[in-house]
Design a protein around this ligand. Structure first.
Ligand SMILES: C[S@@+](CC[C@H](N)C(=O)[O-])C[C@H]1O[C@@H](n2cnc3c(N)ncnc32)[C@H](O)[C@@H]1O
Length: 408
């Protein structure tokens, strides 16, 4: 099989990234933008020992789960990858993917709840636009720029600012991050610069439409407006600074955090540990008699300390690696909440969490594969009660899981 070869095939099923799986000459070929049961003519575009992929050059029939895609950049943009699926099919895909992964790696019959969802479009509160001979996103797996006028998953506020940026002289600017608040619609713009820029020009061009402008070279420098923008999740306020993690889909973050609170149980008399706490959002949202948060990013910890004051909640935040910090802490916690990055819990973190011996552990995960790997260890000490799924990233293959573990 060689790059450029053309084959007729039928899409058998989907892989976990939402790509169609076709079998050609006994080899598996991954094909974008196709659905099970569709007959397609494909052109091979990559052949290696690891994998073969192809592109659809002709589709002979449409699956009933296919929808017309309104985004003009979908076929080349590296952002969305399952926009051609109906929204209900996207949820079936995400549910089945988590179910398969858990079954394959955890070998237990675990209750998994249907995917909870909200708006399919214009939901993202953060976008990173690249700048070259225009402004936009990179083509899938390349540094080739696609000039874009509008992104169908970014908030209206981000798209309004993009419109202004498109008319500006962006010399010596490599990329622009735009963050928006769902609560008050305020916007922060961060220019990553590679040489000298006219700060007055950047401020004058944007100041009527945004609340905060930074330039970033080695570090962040505020050149206009407020240090932070503020968003709300439920009745709690959170500051967002240029470098801190904040969930990109605010209304869905509320649904997810509410499930964490439900799984954590009554916390009135509980000591709560929020590991990988970011700006302290989950700990401050769920409450507790005493709240402790651990996070590696200094700027997030700075924000977490502002957030506790803003909400009048007493909490203690530690900056450092979760496993190393936890090793030194007095392990008097009734509930532990963990929300690690894609890589999941480190070996040290998981051992330290287990040694806490909390009655409940609530595991928030953005990657079901590392969740399954970690549950395989937890299951020796904890009963895996159930998993709930949340669609924070519609039109992409990603899904968030929240899992309740109760001490055996
Ligand atoms: C998925 S985010 C969750 C943040 C927060 N719980 C929220 O909902 O906004 C993961 C967080 O883990 C932090 N992190 C990454 N590696 C870490 C480590 N080794 N120790 C502690 N925190 C870490 C990241 O900086 C990030 O803020």
């Amino acid at each position: 099989m060689e790059v450029g070869n053309i084959y007729d095939c039928v899409v058998d099923r989907l892989n976990h990234q939402g790509k169609g799986i076709c079998v050609v000459d006994s080899r598996v070929v991954f094909v974008s933008d196709c659905l099970p049961g569709e007959c397609v003519k494909i052109k091979i575009d990559h052949v290696s020992k690891k994998f073969v992929s192809g592109k659809v050059i002709e589709r002979l029939n449409d699956s009933s789960s296919r929808v017309g895609v309104k985004c003009p950049y979908y076929s080349s943009c590296g952002g969305c990858d399952i926009m051609h699926m109906s929204y209900s099919f996207q949820h079936d895909f995400k549910f089945n993917k988590v179910k398969d992964i858990i079954k394959k790696f955890v070998h237990e019959d675990i209750k998994i709840n249907e995917v909870s969802c909200d708006e399919q479009f214009y939901y993202r509160n953060k976008a990173t636009f690249h700048v070259k001979e225009g402004i936009g996103f990179y083509k899938d797996k390349t540094y080739d720029l696609i000039n874009i006028d509008k992104c169908m998953i970014c908030s209206n506020e981000i798209n309004n600012v993009l419109n202004i940026l498109k008319k500006m002289d962006l010399s010596n600017i490599e990329s622009v991050v735009v963050r928006s608040s769902y609560f008050d619609k305020s916007v922060m713009v961060i220019f990553s610069v590679v040489g000298g820029v006219d700060e007055n020009y950047l401020v004058d061009s944007l100041k009527d439409n945004v609340c905060s402008i930074y330039i970033k070279k080695d570090k962040y420098k505020l050149i206009y407006g407020n240090e932070y923008i503020i968003d709300m999740i439920g009745d709690k306020k959170f500051v967002i600074s240029p470098d801190s993690f904040f969930q990109v889909n605010t209304p869905m973050a509320y649904k997810l955090y509410s499930k964490v609170k439900e799984y954590a149980g009554n916390l009135d008399n509980s000591n709560v540990l929020d590991l990988y706490c970011g700006t302290g959002t989950i700990g401050l949202f769920v409450g507790g008699k005493a709240i402790v948060g651990v996070e590696i990013n200094e700027s997030a910890i700075h924000d977490a300390n502002i957030n506790k004051e803003l909400n009048g909640i007493d909490a203690k935040f530690y900056c450092g690696d979760s496993g190393k910090v936890l090793k030194k802490l007095d392990k008097n916690f009734d509930v532990v909440i963990v929300d690690p990055p894609r890589s999941g819990l480190s070996e040290l973190s998981i051992n330290e969490v287990i040694s806490v011996g909390a009655k409940r552990v609530v595991y928030v995960s953005c990657d079901p594969v590392t969740l399954a790997r970690d549950l395989n260890i937890f299951k020796n000490y904890y009963d895996i009660k159930e998993i709930s799924l949340f669609d924070l990233f519609p039109n992409t293959h990603h899904v968030e899981s929240v899992c309740l573990l109760v001490k055996k």
